[in-house]
Design a protein around this ligand. Structure first.
Ligand code: WT7
Length: 630
């Protein structure tokens, strides 16, 4: 059994400010806050939505993660990532290229320690990072750079995904060209030599040539040489922006979720400490990519705020073989392990035999989607040998950190349930008319009050922030998830109830994939639905209606698939494409996705189809279903 945490537990729902005020005492503040500890309006009918935590206080998150831990907590010699971090030097580099407080910096890098360095360098000088997952396409990168008006891009020459070489700099250049075409030239691009750096580079002199534009490109290493390794942190207000991270939006246009300095820092530090029962001698490993919120909160910020030692992993769970994860656990004596249901299901397929030597493990975490009980049981019984509590953490890019989660060894677990709210989080379940349901019930999962780490706005569109999260049910933050509460008050998140799909723990909007498809000249209309998938959770099943006179064939199918990958990225690659001469629509012309989901799964029980304009369409689609993935 793990030790229970020693945290001042105060009755929170009654006074979150007191609890968080106590937490804040552990951090460094240049000046004290002037306003209320947590000030907010969650009700659109009463005016603009806002959340402010410790406004008026000034601090620096990089200072709190590094200097505070090194000087005050005497952790200078403690390993942070089994890499050495040289943030201050890098900051000077950023300063060299004229990034100043408040400027946005786009980061497009693989999972290397320099990615953490780049993040911390930005926040040390008060610049706002916008990390774009290195699996996204040039088009997606361009869209994000332009949306947040970034003045600098930090990237790398390339990396390997399994055996596949990804020439990241080529994609970065393509994105920068697209930015120029849109009238938004990005001043500078810093490239880290990851493949080619001698002698550490993974390819050495074998690395592919990288395109170089001396007017824009700067070399990370060359910049580092000869610059000072001292850099005073830029003191920021608690509510200054910290970072932007894009997440899919139901309209198809990604939303730049904005987090601010102090609340996010307190929240990720505390959830990390409590949910993983962090102890000084722990070795923690989160397998997520830093390009997603899980990596931001629980690879970089939460662990470093606690002076934790982490494993930073660049690779795939099944490469070179399916024991890879457990070899690493064994090699570094990992005590706390955090991964996604999709990875668990993938490894589960190969049976118990590859899972070996993992006696160091103490707590196992999961995040990204509802975990099916079979995967939960395997994780608990096989990986954790029935001795490690499982923390099923429900949260979102928008929530900044865990909001529904068990506390290890303290909260009795139920396989598939994220259990109960974290301190200060007040969930509710609403019915379609917005009434709060009591006791066992099922409906919309909402939150009634903010916690320090909740998002503050959508970058560049506060209006969209309010309409997405606060308009449907005034007075509540709407998650977009469905949820059931059982007789013990446990929450069971059932999945998205908007037009969002969850593929391998990543959200994609159906609109986003559909617009990528209709951009192809052969396609007149497209409708995308999720079809359950044993490993990915959901797979993409796409119906396409072609323009008059265009023939459907396998070449077109390949082209459409490529089109989506190029527009969005590999994570959005369609699994099934079906030629749909007609789509089921209501008399008012709305596509009936509910029926398309039935067709995708070959479920003939259609329910009420009285609003369907032409029922022959459905029969035809059933006859031409795709049985095998493309
Ligand atoms: C959506 C948020 C939070 C980091 C990873 C995804 C789903 C996430 C769980 C869980 C059930 C979960 C929800 C949520 N989700 N964790 N433990 N149980 N569902 O971040 O891309 O912002 O996605 O992921 O549907 O809304 P994201």
């Amino acid at each position: 059994m793990c030790k229970l945490m020693r945290l001042p537990l105060i009755a929170l729902t009654s006074c979150p400010a007191e609890f968080w005020g106590d937490v804040a005492k552990d951090f460094f503040w240049k000046t004290k806050h002037t306003g209320q500890f947590l000030d907010y309006n969650f009700d659109v009918t009463k005016g603009e939505i806002y959340i402010k935590c410790m406004e008026g206080a000034s601090t620096n998150i990089c200072y709190n993660l590094l200097d505070r831990n090194v000087h005050e907590k005497k952790l200078a010699d403690k390993v942070a990532f089994f890499w050495s971090v040289c943030v201050c030097v890098c900051v000077c580099v950023c300063v060299c290229v004229c990034v100043k407080k408040g400027d946005r910096v786009s980061i497009y890098m693989p999972m290397v320690v320099e990615l953490v360095v780049a993040m911390l360098a930005c926040v040390r000088i008060g610049a706002v990072h916008s990390i774009v997952f290195a699996g996204f396409s040039a088009e997606s990168l361009c869209e994000r750079i332009v949306d947040s008006q970034c003045c600098l891009l930090i990237t790398a020459d390339g990396f390997y995904r399994g055996d596949k070489l990804i020439n990241l700099k080529l994609l970065a250049d393509e994105a920068l060209q697209k930015c120029r075409d849109k009238g938004f030239p990005v001043g500078r691009c810093i490239m880290l030599k990851h493949l080619s750096k001698e002698p550490e580079g993974i390819l050495g002199s074998q690395s592919p040539p990288v395109p170089w534009n001396p007017e824009v490109d700067l070399c990370w290493d060359a910049l580092l040489r000869g610059v000072s390794d001292e850099c005073e942190p830029e003191w920021c207000d608690s509510e200054d922006p910290l970072f932007i991270l894009y997440t899919s939006g139901s309209t198809g246009k990604p939303k730049g979720v904005l987090h601010t300095v102090s609340g996010y820092m307190l929240y990720t530090a505390t959830t990390f400490k409590v949910v993983f029962d962090h102890q000084p001698d722990d070795v923690y490993w989160c397998t997520a990519d830093i390009g997603w919120i899980t990596g931001h909160s629980y690879i970089t910020y939460g662990p470093l705020a606690n002076g934790a030692t982490s494993v930073l992993f660049e690779g795939l769970p099944t490469h070179p073989d399916v024991s890879r994860m457990w070899e690493i656990v064994d090699k570094y004596n990992v005590t706390k392990f955090y991964t996604a249901p999709t990875a668990i299901r993938l490894l589960m397929k190969f049976g118990n035999e590859p899972v070996y030597k993992r006696s160091s493990l103490k707590v196992l975490g999961t995040v990204g989607e509802p975990i099916n009980p079979e995967a939960w049981q395997w994780y608990y019984n096989v990986v954790g040998e029935k001795r490690c509590p499982i923390v099923d953490t429900f949260w979102q890019t928008e929530t900044g950190g865990h909001v529904l989660t068990p506390l290890p060894a303290a909260t009795p677990m139920k396989p598939g349930s994220a259990t109960l709210p974290f301190f200060g989080v007040v969930p509710a379940i609403l019915n379609e008319s917005g009434e709060e349901l009591e006791g066992p019930s099922e409906g919309y999962l909402v939150f009634k009050q903010p916690w320090p780490g909740v998002m503050r706005t959508i970058y560049g569109s506060h209006e969209r922030f309010e309409s997405t999260y606060f308009k449907k049910f005034p007075g509540y933050y709407v998650t977009g998830d469905g949820c059931r509460r059982d007789k013990d008050g446990y929450f069971w998140v059932t999945g998205r109830i908007d037009d969002m799909l969850n593929v391998s723990g990543h959200l994609l909007s159906t609109a986003e994939v559909e617009s990528a498809l209709v951009e192809h000249e052969a396609v007149a209309e497209a409708a995308v639905v999720g079809r359950p998938h044993p490993v990915k959770g959901e797979s993409l099943y796409c119906f396409v209606t072609l323009n008059d006179g265009v023939m459907y064939n396998s070449e077109l199918e390949v082209e459409l698939k490529k089109q989506v990958r190029e527009k969005i990225g590999a994570i959005a690659t369609p699994d099934y494409i079906q030629n749909a001469p007609g789509l089921p629509k209501t008399r008012s012309g709305k596509i009936m996705r509910r029926l398309l989901r039935k067709i995708a799964c070959d479920e003939r029980e259609l329910g009420d189809i009285s609003t369907l304009a032409d029922s022959t369409v459905v029969e035809q689609l059933f006859q031409n279903r795709c049985c095998t993935a493309v």
